[in-house]
Design a protein around this ligand. Structure first.
Ligand code: AKG
Ligand code: FE2
Length: 502
């Protein structure tokens, strides 16, 4: 079952900011727990110091000390009374309030579903851009070095997750990273300490799954020396020895790196450059453009696709983002079988829909889209503002519906004749919009918009418009899009002299 009612923390950078605030508050809480411990510690230590002094003085010459009636009485009294009070004081729990505060907060903390989504996202970055595990763990992302790395706990958690997913090659590499880290100088805090023997054991199991029996035996041997006389480990070792004897010719499995398809090549920026096409000032699509022409770059004629540069201003962008942030919800995809929207792994981002008439800005942007496309916005869908998160992407899809199946959706306003996609931010790495069938890729640039026709002149969906949003590697990708419906455009669809679909 999908994560419909989960918060889906990792799927938008803007949404994750809130987690940092919760973390900061939890640190404050742990710190005030430490204050309470310290206070108690201070009380205890000063008493110990004082008592030791008195007791030491007495032990130097017990007879002399005890001969004095005041000392004698005091000794009897404190031994009778004080230790009861100390016992009581020692028994009192410290920082109960802080403990229950953590308990309360934990309900809002990322769930196991969040962990899985985050693990899937890192893996998506890794395979889409053909990175390797040790580079990634060390902060070398797609050839660029960041001063960030994953620690033993991060790497181990990933290893365990991919193991459960039966990705044993990746699992073994991540657990190896965890072991490397554990052998370094850093120490984990006591409550987070990993059981090293267990880590080695899991590593061995992953190697066994990769048919690397001899390596696994060595690793199991290390595990067994870390946890002496552990029956489970010794048993496993002898099983493995038997395996090595009975299957001497087993071939180690290869670490599987899938062949790059057109989609991955696009994400990596490996499509050939456009040489034949051109840039113009568009002053004709609408009357307004005669006064304020737009910088237009032609990307493709079939399907028709153009980029507008500097078509939305930085202040418009920040206003759009502020409008969107409070309403951001996990994006869904419409399923034509169930006839309803679902949270799916193939589209990870958060989205807000903005009414066309919400305010001056949305009115102005809709008018601008008319200027850019020549289309009438009546009956089209609302503006959609989206923010991507960790490894955020949208798998290959068409924006048009399959009208024969989704007749209900297109009956009123027709299909999605064109898409306008504004980029509201630059993206440091990754996050391109790629069209694998025509080998075109558009890399996000703040203020730019890409426009394409989804339908051919006969009104059928054009399969060449297949496209995807590549996983973001580094950055907070914001886009705003408009799906323009067909019906209101009966007299408007500009004639394309160059299109073979005319
Ligand atoms: O974000 C992108 O680059 C593309 C988004 C997209 O294709 C969509 O939302 O339909
Ligand atoms: Fe799309």
């Amino acid at each position: 079952q999908s994560a419909d009612n989960e918060q889906s923390h990792s799927t938008s950078v803007a949404g994750m900011e809130q987690l940092l605030r919760v973390e900061s508050e939890l640190i404050d809480n742990l710190n005030s727990y430490a204050d309470e411990l310290e206070q108690k510690l201070y009380v205890v230590r000063s008493f110990v110091r004082q008592m030791r002094k008195e007791n030491g003085k007495a032990l130097d010459n017990p007879v002399h000390y005890l001969s004095n009636p005041l000392n004698a009485f005091s000794l009897i009294r404190r031994m009778h009374q004080d230790w009861t009070h100390w016992q009581h004081y020692m028994q009192q729990p410290v920082g109960e309030q802080q403990v229950s505060h953590v308990q309360l907060r934990r309900e809002q903390l990322p769930s196991s579903t969040d962990m899985e989504e985050a693990g899937d996202a890192l893996h998506r970055i890794l395979v889409t851009y053909d990175l390797n595990v040790s580079d990634m763990a060390q902060g070398l992302l797609n050839g660029k070095k960041y001063n960030v790395s994953l620690n033993a706990l991060d790497s181990y958690a990933l290893g365990i997750y991919y193991y459960d997913q039966q990705k044993f090659g990746y699992a073994s590499q991540w657990i190896f990273q965890a072991i490397e880290w554990l052998q370094g100088p850093h120490k984990l805090p006591l409550p987070l300490e990993l059981d090293r023997a267990e880590v080695f054991h899991v590593y061995a199991e992953a190697l066994i799954k990769m048919n690397r029996y001899k390596d696994a035996l060595q690793v199991l041997h290390t595990a067994a020396t870390l946890k002496k006389d552990n029956l489970k480990l010794l048993l496993r070792k002898s099983e493995l020895e038997t395996l090595i004897r009975t299957e001497p010719n087993v071939v180690p499995k290869k670490f599987f790196t899938p062949q790059a398809q057109a989609y991955e090549r696009g994400c990596r920026g490996q499509y050939p450059q456009n040489l034949k096409l051109y840039c113009v000032y568009n002053s004709t699509t609408s009357a307004f453009l005669r006064l304020a022409p737009l910088k237009m770059e032609l990307i493709s004629l079939d399907p028709y696709m153009v980029i507008y540069h500097d078509v939305i201003s930085p202040s418009e962008i920040s206003e759009l983002q502020s409008l969107a942030v409070p309403g951001l919800k996990r994006a869904t995809v419409f399923n034509q079988q169930s006839m309803r929207n679902h949270v799916v792994k193939t589209r990870t981002s958060k989205v807000t829909w903005l009414l066309d008439t919400l305010n001056q800005l949305t009115i102005r942007l809709n008018r601008r889209i008319t200027d850019m496309t020549g289309f009438d916005m009546y009956g089209s869908e609302m503006l959609q503002v989206m923010n991507y998160g960790l490894g955020g992407h949208y798998d290959k899809h068409y924006d048009y519906f399959n009208s024969s199946v989704a007749a209900d959706l297109t009956r009123l306003n027709g299909d999605r004749i064109a898409t306008v996609l504004f980029y509201l931010t630059d993206v440091e790495q990754g996050g391109a919009t790629v069209f694998p069938n025509i080998e075109k890729a558009v890399f996000p640039k703040s203020g730019t918009a890409v426009v394409w026709y989804n339908l051919r002149h006969d009104g059928n969906g054009d399969p060449q418009t297949l496209h995807a949003a590549c996983p973001v590697i580094v950055g907070s990708k914001w886009v705003c899009n408009k799906w323009i419906r067909e019906r209101q455009q009966v007299f408007r669809r500009p004639c394309l002299a160059n299109s073979k679909n005319v």
